[in-house]
Design a protein around this ligand. Structure first.
Ligand code: AVJ
Length: 333
């Protein structure tokens, strides 16, 4: 049996330090309801979306992917099912690197289609998800050399020694939309620096469409997304001893037509002060004040091409589902 290795590049205490940093900076921003002049809209309190995903939040996200309103997961699966053969032929990949692999569920088709594949490198911040997925996959695919990386792909990413080329880096689910444009540029440049000529990037992007469809996908009738959004408050309560009352906030999903992104926010129902003992902080919220918890950018082909080109990646394939809701793009270094 081929080896299953796990390498941690993310320091064990990095998560705690990063959460403190994000909460401190995100909740003590200059508090103005006037539009800032950075083109980023009003200056709002902000928490980055990565803190949604504790065990309960990950479970809620799994439920979201099955909601009638939340189409991206199904649309991407449709494309992967239809195009895995073409992806395999176009890349000839011998190594697949999957960023944010989670349960590696959506990659099964790709793994099966990539007939020349020798090595699989799932990358995630969750060690438990990596170990579970890795063990399951190892049993099914004893031919594969699996080397899991516990890493935050938005900061430090280096590949294990000796992964055979051509390499295919996959970043699926539309998660690149959670990065704002400057972060996307830095991220794509970092990915590009891992690649050698002939290596490729497979990128999933949700597409611009009727705003009512988009808003419904982030504000479902069953209230699962609202619970997912509020879960970030529970995470901050547990990790930093804060006293957020999730019921004192309402879930908001809005379409920002200028930036072409969905924003999720938590709107304070009343004037309130939240204590965060681990940071020695008391945070005031005005009635109706919003805390931004997620940006989920939606794309057009031209923007994807242009951002890839800026990172020295050449878009060679653009595949959508039948309804043109979601795209997978393949670009080469
Ligand atoms: C997993 C980051 C792609 O932005 O659509 C789902 C997360 N947020 N519902 C997205 C999410 C609200 C999702 N991504």
């Amino acid at each position: 049996m081929s080896p299953f290795r796990v390498t941690r590049t993310l320091p064990l205490d990095a998560t705690d330090a990063a959460l403190r940093d994000d909460v401190l900076h995100g909740l003590t921003l200059p508090q103005s309801l006037d539009p800032g002049d950075d083109g980023g809209g009003p200056v709002l309190k902000t928490l980055p979306p990565k803190w949604f995903y504790d065990a309960y939040g990950s479970e809620l996200f799994e439920q979201i992917t099955e909601l009638p309103e939340y189409y991206p997961t199904r649309a991407e699966r449709e494309i992967l099912l239809a195009r895995s053969g073409e992806i395999a032929a176009a890349t000839g990949a011998r190594t697949l690197v999957e960023l944010g692999s989670g349960s590696s569920e959506k990659t099964r088709h790709l793994l099966d289609a990539l007939t020349g594949l020798r090595s699989y490198v799932p990358v995630d911040v969750s060690e438990s998800a990596l170990r579970q997925a890795g063990q399951a996959l190892l049993a099914e695919r004893p031919d594969l050399d699996i080397h899991a990386l516990i890493a935050d792909f938005t900061t430090g990413l280096t590949l294990p020694e000796g992964t055979p080329g051509p390499r295919l880096v996959a970043f699926l689910g539309g998660t690149i939309g959670n990065l704002v444009p400057a972060e996307r540029a830095a991220f794509l440049a970092a990915v590009r620096s891992l690649l050698e000529p002939g290596d490729a990037l497979l990128l999933g992007t949700d597409l611009v469409k009727d705003p009512s469809v988009l808003v419904a996908a982030y504000d479902d009738d069953a209230g699962v997304t609202a619970a997912f959004n509020k879960n970030v408050l529970t995470v901050v309560n547990r990790e930093l001893g804060a006293d957020f009352d999730p019921a004192a906030f309402t879930h908001v999903a809005l379409w920002d037509a200028e930036h072409e992104w969905i924003e999720m926010r938590l709107r304070s129902r009343t004037t309130q002060t939240v204590k965060i003992p681990a940071l020695g902080l008391a945070v005031d919220f005005a009635a109706g004040e919003d805390l931004r918890t997620e940006v989920s950018a939606k794309f057009r082909e031209e923007r994807v091409r242009q951002e890839l080109t800026a990172a020295r990646l050449d878009l060679t394939h653009w595949w959508t589902d039948e309804e043109r809701r979601f795209a997978l793009s393949l670009s080469v270094a």
